[in-house]
Unconditional design. Structure first.
Length: 197
């Protein structure tokens, strides 16, 4: 294991532990899963106003390309998270990075926009998971793939700014992926966004 990989893993674990301690008091019965995407701002016809970008799209379920507005444990911590790309059976970044026997890498690209009054400062890899058709969830793994650059650990995004990065998962070779989830505060926020594949 490279020094860079060990450092990132240690940073992610420490950040997760800190956020767990902070979030434990905030977690309660009000947990929710949001599957409704935000409506894209439309180009107004002459004389009409644009549709507000934060108004939910009615009757739809979030899927690839959609954005979900998420809340963290603090009111100042909110973000718009977009599922940008899914690279199934992603190839390791070098000849040493390979999925374990009977498994495959899935790299998922997210765009995160800090929409709150505070900066988004988190380890996005701790915030995401993939679910298969049976409902089995898989957390991220520390593996770089040729899909593209990962998020830095931690990712620090100023209010109003965005960041783009991949998160990689190691799943069974025969798993049929069904959903992808993301929650702020290293996955401990009460609200989880969910995209259907």
């Amino acid at each position: 294991m490279s020094v860079r990989t060990r450092t990132r893993r240690t940073a992610a674990v420490l950040l997760g532990a800190c956020l767990l301690a902070a979030a434990t008091t905030a977690c309660g019965p009000d947990n929710s899963v949001s599957t409704t995407p935000k409506a894209a701002a439309s180009t107004p016809a002459s004389g009409s106003a644009a549709a507000p970008a934060d108004k939910p799209a009615t009757g739809s379920v979030a899927k690839l390309g959609d954005t979900i507005g998420l809340k963290g444990t603090e009111k100042s911590n909110t973000a718009d998270v977009t599922l940008v790309k899914v690279v199934d059976n992603a190839e390791g970044a070098d000849e040493y990075t390979k999925a374990a026997d009977g498994k495959r890498f899935v790299s998922v690209q997210f765009r995160i926009k800090a929409t709150g009054s505070a900066a988004y400062a988190d380890a996005p890899a701790n915030s995401a998971k993939v679910l298969d058709a049976q409902g089995q969830g898989y957390g991220s793994t520390v593996a770089e793939t040729k899909a593209g650059p990962e998020f830095p650990v931690p990712a620090n995004i100023a209010p109003g700014e965005t960041a783009l990065g991949f998160i990689t998962f190691e799943v069974p070779a025969d798993a049929k992926l069904d959903k992808i989830q993301f929650a702020l505060d290293s996955g401990f926020a009460q609200q989880t966004g969910q995209w259907k594949l």
